[in-house]
Design a protein around this ligand. Structure first.
Ligand SMILES: CC(C)(COP(=O)(O)OP(=O)(O)OC[C@H]1O[C@@H](n2cnc3c(N)ncnc32)[C@H](O)[C@@H]1OP(=O)(O)O)[C@@H](O)C(=O)NCCC(=O)NCCS
Length: 168
């Protein structure tokens, strides 16, 4: 009986440890995992928009390598050694924040926003598309306010929202 209890406790503990998410800096070995999760998260969030844009995966990878990594500092969330989310940030601006759909609504996005606020304690801002209702709910839940409605730069040219969080 005691042995069974210990086994159950061990399994519970092991599950808790295995499910832990941790944040670290991006490493070049993350490239495949992160570009794949970026693609999957976008397709899940806005399937029609992604289809209409028709970007190829090699274009995602090129953009990630030659723009996103050049312009930003990037952090990765991992679980069991697998990259499940990333955030790209420069100064007080979040350029990209994506969570693998399998790991969404488990607090991973908030972990990354908390890191952003740690790095930039007074102010953080970002853009998201107006049609991205889930992302907008996420930012608003985390204290961000929509301050400006506009259009993203060409070639995307989609209605967007500028969100700000201020440490008031
Ligand atoms: C938006 C996103 C970053 C949120 O990350 P996350 O890890 O799921 O968020 P958290 O678990 O920290 O917070 C969950 C909260 O966000 C909002 N939210 C996230 N996903 C949602 C969904 N599918 N439907 C409704 N609300 C959602 C809700 O307020 C939710 O709170 P609740 O679960 O108590 O209702 C993630 O869903 C994602 O990567 N989406 C696709 C990519 C994207 O849109 N990125 C932002 C581009 S600017």
């Amino acid at each position: 009986m005691g042995g069974a209890n210990h086994l159950a406790q061990f399994i519970l503990l092991e599950t808790m440890v295995l499910e832990t998410f941790s944040i670290r800096e991006y490493h070049p070995d993350d490239f495949d995992a992160v570009t794949i999760l970026w693609r999957i998260a976008r397709e899940k969030a806005m399937p029609e928009f992604q289809r209409a844009k028709g970007y190829f995966f090699f274009q995602d990878r090129d953009y990630f390598q030659n723009h996103l990594l050049n312009d930003n500092r990037v952090w990765v969330v991992e679980q069991n050694g697998r990259a499940v989310a990333f955030m790209a940030m420069r100064n007080d601006f979040i350029d990209h924040l994506y969570v693998d759909p399998e790991c969404q609504r488990q607090g991973v996005g908030k972990m990354l926003l908390d890191l952003a606020r740690e790095k930039s304690p007074d102010h953080v801002w970002l853009y998201t598309l107006q049609i991205n209702a889930n992302a907008r709910a996420f930012y608003e839940k985390n204290g961000f306010t929509a301050e400006k409605f506009g259009v993203s730069p060409a070639p995307e040219s989609e209605p967007d929202v500028e969100y700000h969080w201020r440490n008031t």
